[in-house]
Design a protein around this ligand. Structure first.
Ligand SMILES: NC(=O)c1ccc[n+]([C@@H]2O[C@H](COP(=O)([O-])OP(=O)(O)OC[C@H]3O[C@@H](n4cnc5c(N)ncnc54)[C@H](OP(=O)(O)O)[C@@H]3O)[C@@H](O)[C@H]2O)c1
Length: 268
């Protein structure tokens, strides 16, 4: 499996899974070969995700585990304690610790400095951000002297994220695609379906292939073992340049699924 800045190209998203279902889905995904699991303090499922990894029998060292600091924990009084609680709940230190959302006041310096301190204390193997705009990525990577490996953002064919991808390449950061299937909407598209028929593969594999062929990791959420196995098969074939272009053209629809009220400063 390809890795981008050390991040396995295909992972498992775990929102909104919880409890026994989260445990079962994480274990099933690992059993079929997925080695990258995405969680967050916000999802309330870190304990279940940790139990799912243990249940799978896959050695912890083979799994790339990602969690994210909640917006409510970005201040000096709560940041470190929340990261310690995540490590306890997960049963281990994460491979990648992200700031989940830029703070609502837009002033990222304090949270990024606190993130860097957690890295220095050994509370995460790698550091990164999520939902940062190109301008915020530049500032964060400057503060981190190039140590941030990733920005996790909404990324799928129905949304134009070319600016954020160009910024990531310029800054030496990988992107991880969340909602990579646009929660199913991408698979309904005629262009995607026609390409899928040509390759004799499901539309979901075409969409994931379009993402990882650009060097972007993807973390589809699935409750189904067979779909987790299918998602991994996106690594087994290639799309032609014309197919890539035809799928990229769908971004003119500009469908942004996740746009919370606190993003008052916009996405630039
Ligand atoms: N950083 C952030 O702010 C942020 C925000 C949103 C999400 N995320 C992360 O990104 C992850 C994924 O995003 P998402 O859950 O919003 O959307 P998504 O992964 O685009 O879509 C999930 C849907 O796709 C279906 N699916 C998955 N694999 C499939 C396959 N091979 N064939 C057919 N259907 C398939 C699933 O149904 P089945 O269960 O039936 O397979 C599920 O209904 C989340 O779980 C979370 O970890 C991060």
């Amino acid at each position: 499996m390809d890795r981008f800045n050390g991040i396995p190209a295909i992972g498992l998203g775990t929102y909104p899974l919880s409890g026994a279902e989260a445990e079962r889905c994480v274990a099933a995904a690992l059993e079929v070969g997925i080695r990258h699991v995405d969680t967050a303090q916000m999802y309330g499922n870190e304990k279940a995700v940790g139990r799912g990894i243990a249940l799978s029998g896959v050695p912890r060292g083979e799994v790339f585990l990602v969690t994210k600091v909640d917006p409510s924990n970005l201040g000096a009084a709560r940041f470190a304690a929340s990261v310690a609680r995540s490590a306890d709940d997960l049963g281990s230190v994460p491979d990648l610790l992200l700031i989940h959302w830029p703070p609502s006041d837009g002033d990222i310096d304090g949270p990024v400095e606190r993130l860097l301190r957690e890295g220095e204390r050994g509370m995460a193997k790698h550091l990164g951000v999520s939902n940062f705009s190109p301008r915020q990525m530049r500032r964060a990577q400057q503060l981190a002297a190039g140590r941030l490996i990733c920005n996790q953002v909404e990324f799928h064919p129905l949304l134009d994220q070319s600016k954020v991808l160009a910024a990531a390449r310029e800054l030496g950061m990988a992107l991880t695609a969340y909602s990579p299937l646009a929660r199913g909407k991408c698979m309904e598209d005629r262009v995607v379906q026609d390409i899928a028929a040509r390759h004799r593969r499901p539309p979901s594999e075409i969409v994931l292939r379009w993402i990882i062929q650009q060097g972007v990791a993807a973390i589809p959420m699935t409750r189904k073992r067979d779909n987790a196995a299918s998602n991994l098969r996106a690594a087994e074939f290639s799309l032609t340049a014309d197919e890539m272009d035809a799928i990229s053209a769908l971004s003119s629809r500009n469908l942004r699924l996740i746009n919370p009220a606190w993003m008052t400063n916009g996405w630039d």
